[in-house]
Design a protein around this ligand. Structure first.
Ligand code: NI
Length: 265
């Protein structure tokens, strides 16, 4: 079936809850059971032709989304774009891809052998964006990837699905700002990503973000299972630009630290 914006995000959310069980409790904590507005949803991939950023983006373009900002993460060897829908209540979409040509030949080989297990047309399936890991990979290959790129290891273990959802803090009825959200999360026992400080960004760059540390889940590999960081929940507060409109882009320096919410620990 072809998705609508609502049906696609509903499917992504159901899949995400399996990989980030604490999201349901956080949703309840911050929204008191009311519907919450998502600021954005993020995806990861490799820059291989059959499953690259553009292939993921095509699902959103088909729903009326438009390509907006570009972002470069030199140290993590990532390129990213964000996409917006003309309807401002539709979540923004942030898609990154690992630039394999900058990685070791061993990592490139592992990535290619995993993706070769997908059909050439896999990325055009309606459920591709929440199809998960549809390949065999061993625990030792996961560890090899982890030693070079946490991003590559996460993708090998979890595949295609929402890496995180992000609550729009501006729209929360019961919390004045991101600091208040963070306080409530910590009081309730949810550990936050401290990399680069608990709040990444500032009013000066028009965006403040924080995130939980990814929930750990048991993941089956070809030779057994590992319990490893899966998906996390992010929180974003946006500030108005000179024209009074809320800033809609992303801040690379902050996103760089948000990526670390799935670091092995
Ligand atoms: Ni994000």
């Amino acid at each position: 079936m072809n998705h609508t914006i609502d049906s696609l995000f509903a499917a992504l959310w159901q899949d995400y809850l399996q990989q980030c069980p604490s999201a349901a409790a956080i949703h309840q904590l911050l929204g008191s059971g009311q519907a919450l507005i998502n600021d954005h949803v993020a995806f990861r991939t490799f820059n291989l032709p059959q499953i690259g950023l553009d292939k993921l983006a095509a699902h959103f373009i088909a729903l009326g989304y438009e390509a907006k900002g570009e972002y470069h993460f030199k140290q993590k060897k990532l390129y990213a774009r964000h996409f917006e829908h003309p309807n401002p209540t539709a979540p923004k979409v942030f898609i990154s891809e690992l630039l394999l040509e900058q990685c070791s030949s061993e990592l490139q080989q592992l990535a290619k052998s995993m993706m070769a297990q997908l059909g050439d047309e896999a990325a055009s399936a309606p459920d591709f964006l929440y199809s998960g890991k549809r390949w065999q990979v061993s625990r030792s290959d996961y560890q090899t990837l982890l030693a070079e790129s946490e991003y590559a290891a996460w993708l090998a273990a979890f595949g295609f699905r929402a890496n995180h959802f992000t609550i729009n803090v501006n729209q929360l009825a019961d919390f004045a700002n991101l600091g208040a959200v963070n306080h409530a999360l910590k009081q309730a026992g949810f550990p936050l990503n401290q990399s680069g400080g608990e709040i990444k960004g500032s009013p000066e760059v028009l965006l403040e973000q924080s995130s939980t540390l990814a929930d750990k889940v048991e993941v089956p590999f070809s030779d057994g299972s590992l319990t490893i960081p899966a998906c996390f929940y992010e929180f974003a507060q946006r500030y108005p630009m000179a024209d009074g409109q809320l800033y809609r882009g992303f801040v690379a320096a902050s996103a760089d630290k948000i990526f670390e919410s799935t670091d092995a620990r």
